[in-house]
Design a protein around this ligand. Structure first.
Ligand SMILES: *Cc1c(COP(=O)(O)O)cnc(C)c1O
Length: 230
């Protein structure tokens, strides 16, 4: 069942890339496995997926210990500073950096462990009050400040678009994100790359790809609905 879901998602990604005149190799699929048991992750792993996304530190580290070491783990949820130390060296990419203070802690822990941590800056592109992330006006300033820290490397931007029933409703937000990423790239800030644009979830990943996403984070579309009362 999961294999069929996965094939469907991969096919949709292929079609969206074709429509946008992009190569499928430009888009990385992250299987968002939060709340799902290790057995299900194993099934998706066996179907070829090596990139998994989690939104809680403890869940990520527990699953990381139980699954093969060639998995690239993505921290996609809000990250508290006191938990940073548990994931440094275990995550391929932290998508959810939304303050200088958090970046400073990532820098400190990375330096201590002698690693460079790849991160994305999270932008609240729709200005939703319920969401974390900085505004697009604040983005350039924050990127410049973080860029100066040791042990940390900015690879791009991430956004969580509004929850909508029709993904088309988020197209303008995705377009704005792409523009923002190009604007920042043009600043030529040392130690900053804008090669990753993490946007698009189950409801809107094909639209996000058409607008330039390079990483889509798909949970429900692969693993099915989440139940939180387990
Ligand atoms: C849960 C989550 C996703 C996946 O959402 P789906 O709608 O299930 O695809 C993607 N990104 C973030 C940050 C999430 O927390």
């Amino acid at each position: 069942m999961l294999k069929e879901n996965l094939l469907k998602v991969q096919e949709n990604i292929r079609i969206a890339c074709e429509k946008a005149g992009r190569d499928v190799s430009e888009v990385t699929l992250i299987a968002v496995s939060k709340t799902k048991p290790v057995s299900m992750l194993k099934e998706v792993y066996d179907a070829g997926i090596r990139q998994f996304g989690e939104n809680k530190v403890q869940e990520l580290t527990e699953k990381e210990e139980q699954l093969p070491k060639d998995i690239r783990w993505h921290m996609i949820g809000h990250l508290q500073r006191n938990k940073v130390k548990y994931i440094i060296g275990k995550t391929a990419l932290i998508h959810s950096v939304d303050s200088l203070r958090l970046a400073e802690e990532i820098s400190r822990q990375s330096t201590k462990q002698q690693v460079i941590s790849d991160i994305l800056v999270e932008v609240n592109i729709a200005g939703e009050e319920s969401k974390f992330g900085i505004s697009n006006q604040e983005a350039i300033a924050l990127v410049s400040e973080i860029a100066a820290l040791p042990g940390i490397h900015i690879r791009g931007l991430m956004t969580i678009a509004p929850f909508v029933s029709n993904g088309e409703e988020n197209r303008a937000y995705f377009r704005k994100m792409k523009e923002l990423s190009v604007d920042i790239m043009k600043q030529n800030i040392d130690n900053v790359n804008m090669d990753i644009l993490s946007m698009g979830m189950t409801g809107d990943y094909t639209v996000a790809i058409e607008e330039g996403s390079t990483m889509v984070r798909v949970g429900t579309g692969i693993f099915g609905e989440r139940s939180y009362n387990i």
